[in-house]
Write a protein that binds this ligand. Structure first.
Ligand SMILES: C[S@@+](CC[C@H](N)C(=O)[O-])C[C@H]1O[C@@H](n2cnc3c(N)ncnc32)[C@H](O)[C@@H]1O
Length: 301
């Protein structure tokens, strides 16, 4: 199902015509039902592992200092991306925040299992109101696969402003999320292509969540509109060419417009977090991101 032929066909359809699919918000803003939490905990065995790897590589290439540092991962869910920040990017004081108590419990259990509990802590909290996180205190603020869970763009903008506020001037802000596709037919095709085996593998709730997320996702133009316009930073919005399955926004260290300051991967070859069976799709996504669009929002002087 996930063949190159399918992706090329979907790419063609995505490129031909205006955006027709209206947004349908998530049925539940928080992920706290038992089945959904347990099944989302399997996220690294699904194709979302590809997006995680790309998100880690982008932070690696864009961050200022390369070793250690502090990070806050917003709407962290079961904490897999959060734990990857410690494992692959060597951040050493990391806080994951989610408003779903069962997600936070699951994330703590994952940290314990990996022996990371001293470097990575998890707590409940609302990411639209981070008044308990001091201004200018972290080297990285990340927010992955969750902007589409918020009910409106005002709240997304509020989160981006908070991310900027809590980041050190030389820190990095990173947002990654899905992209709503052009039509319902294309969305169904894409959801089946990526998730056709989730039900067979015992992940029906994950399949439903993924499908709902594709309808709740922001288009690239919508998410672009949530970037703060009165910021100290250069912001860059990267959208892959062809079939835009993810979008990434970086708020660069204050005073820097150069997007990437190093190349390569943050892991040795034998520790690539993408399972071998998904590597061609991972390469395709990296390639389409490298050729993708980069829209800039300048700082206010
Ligand atoms: C699809 S999960 C993403 C989890 C994780 N960031 C990842 O990339 O795997 C979305 C998460 O956002 C959380 N969430 C939604 N609204 C939130 C809010 N206002 N504050 C904190 N967490 C929120 C949900 O509970 C859920 O765990």
């Amino acid at each position: 199902m996930g063949s190159l032929h399918h992706f090329l066909t979907m790419t063609f359809v995505q490129q031909t015509g205006p955006q027709r699919l209206e947004r349908c918000p998530e049925p539940h803003q928080l992920t706290d039902a038992a089945d959904n939490v347990v099944q989302y905990d399997q996220v690294l065995t699904t194709k979302l592992a590809i997006a995680y790897a790309v998100g880690l590589e982008i932070v690696h290439r864009a961050r200022s200092p390369i070793t250690a540092g502090s990070a806050v991962d917003l709407a962290c869910g079961p904490g897999h991306y959060t734990l990857c920040l410690a494992q692959h990017l060597r951040y050493d004081a990391i806080e994951g925040i989610d408003l779903s108590a069962p997600m936070v419990e699951t994330a703590r259990a994952n940290a314990d299992r990996q022996g990371m509990q001293n470097r990575v802590r998890f707590r409940t909290g609302d990411v639209t109101a981070l008044s308990d996180v001091p201004s200018g205190s972290v080297d990285l603020a990340s927010f992955t696969d969750a902007a589409h869970h918020l009910p409106d763009l005002d709240r997304v903008e509020r989160v981006l402003r908070e991310m900027e506020r809590i980041s050190k001037p030389d820190g990095l802000v990173m947002v990654m999320d899905l992209v709503r596709l052009r039509t319902a037919e294309l969305t169904e095709r894409y959801v089946q292509t990526l998730g056709h085996d989730y039900v067979a593998r015992g992940l029906p709730a994950f399949f439903d969540d993924f499908r709902n997320s594709m309808y709740a996702a922001w288009t690239a133009d919508e998410l672009h509109g949530a970037i703060p316009r009165d910021s100290q930073r250069w912001w860059c919005h990267i959208v892959p060419r062809g079939l835009p399955t993810i979008q990434i926004i970086l708020g660069l260290p204050v005073g820097r417009q150069k997007l990437f300051v190093r190349s390569g991967f943050p892991w040795p070859k034998d520790q690539n977090p993408v399972p071998p069976s998904m590597r061609w799709e991972w390469r395709l996504l990296r390639w389409s991101l490298a050729l993708g669009s980069r829209r800039w929002v300048p700082p206010t002087r």
